[in-house]
Design a protein around this ligand. Structure first.
Ligand SMILES: [Zn+2]
Length: 267
């Protein structure tokens, strides 16, 4: 089954909060919402519990996006510690929400460290978070490392594949807009998408995916664009042909308007 959702509160309900947004998504026939902790984990524990109840009632799947200020491979040890703490708080809040996955941006390359060293720092940070989850008995949310869309950022398909080889509980989150930018437009046909899915997932495994149009140059994302529905159909076909179970979060500036155009293509 393929579910479609959006990142954050629907445009139609701007300023009204997550619980109202969830009810609205259910009413218009969508399936999922990714709660966005942009700068910090601002939602209180008690609020998260009640939002989670609303989602369960409305049959909307929740996920969480950790704050963007994260760098697990920083040259500064304090930044690394703060990054781990931000993701850890996102996991805690995700648990209170009943979220299925916590998505995070892992790291930037630096002048000081080689690619290999950066990889090791990211691995260390992820391992610490997985250990925390293990100690707390947290099986959901799962920990989702996102594929990133700039050359300066850790998180290519190959890096995430390798990392997962060493930390099997870590879940790859493919942002296909990021990948399209990072590989300078390499995603054209169904095979291109299917190859990425096969590289990162075992058959039958659930995939958490981000999708939107993207403006990019020289392997770097510039900004998210509305969904090109023909491009989305290519991804939808790749998922359907490979019997993939997936949740696709629409990150286009048109949010639910585009998600509603995507929905009929995954049935
Ligand atoms: Zn992201």
């Amino acid at each position: 089954m393929i579910k479609i959702g959006i990142a954050g509160v629907p445009l139609a309900l701007k300023g009204k909060g997550t619980a109202e947004g969830i009810k609205y998504l259910a009413a218009i026939g969508l399936d999922a919402l990714e709660v966005q902790f942009v700068r910090r984990v601002s939602m209180k524990e008690a609020t998260a519990v009640s939002v989670g109840e609303v989602a369960q009632e409305a049959k909307i799947d929740l996920s969480v996006h950790a704050p963007y200020g994260v760098n697990l491979a920083s040259e500064n040890q304090t930044t690394i510690a703060e990054s781990i703490e931000r993701i850890r708080l996102s996991i805690d809040r995700g648990r209170a929400l009943g979220a299925k996955v916590v998505v995070f941006h892992s790291a930037y390359y630096s002048k000081k460290y080689t690619r290999k060293q950066t990889f090791e720092f990211v691995k260390e940070g992820c391992a610490a978070l997985l250990e925390y989850m293990h100690d707390q008995g947290i099986t959901e949310p799962r920990l989702g490392i996102e594929l990133l869309g700039r050359q300066s950022q850790f998180g290519s398909v190959e890096e995430i594949r390798q990392l997962r080889g060493e930390l099997p509980q870590l879940e790859p989150v493919i942002d296909f807009a990021h990948l399209q930018a990072r590989c300078d437009g390499c995603l054209q046909n169904t095979d291109d998408y299917a190859r990425v899915l096969r590289t990162l997932f075992t058959p039958g495994e659930h995939a958490h995916i981000h999708f939107s149009g993207i403006e990019f140059s020289k392997g770097n994302e510039r900004r998210h664009l509305p969904v090109d529905i023909n491009q989305f159909k290519v991804l939808a076909d790749a998922l359907l042909n490979n019997a993939c179970d997936a949740t696709i979060i629409c990150e286009s500036p048109r949010l639910e308007k585009d998600a509603l155009r995507m929905k009929p293509l995954v049935k």
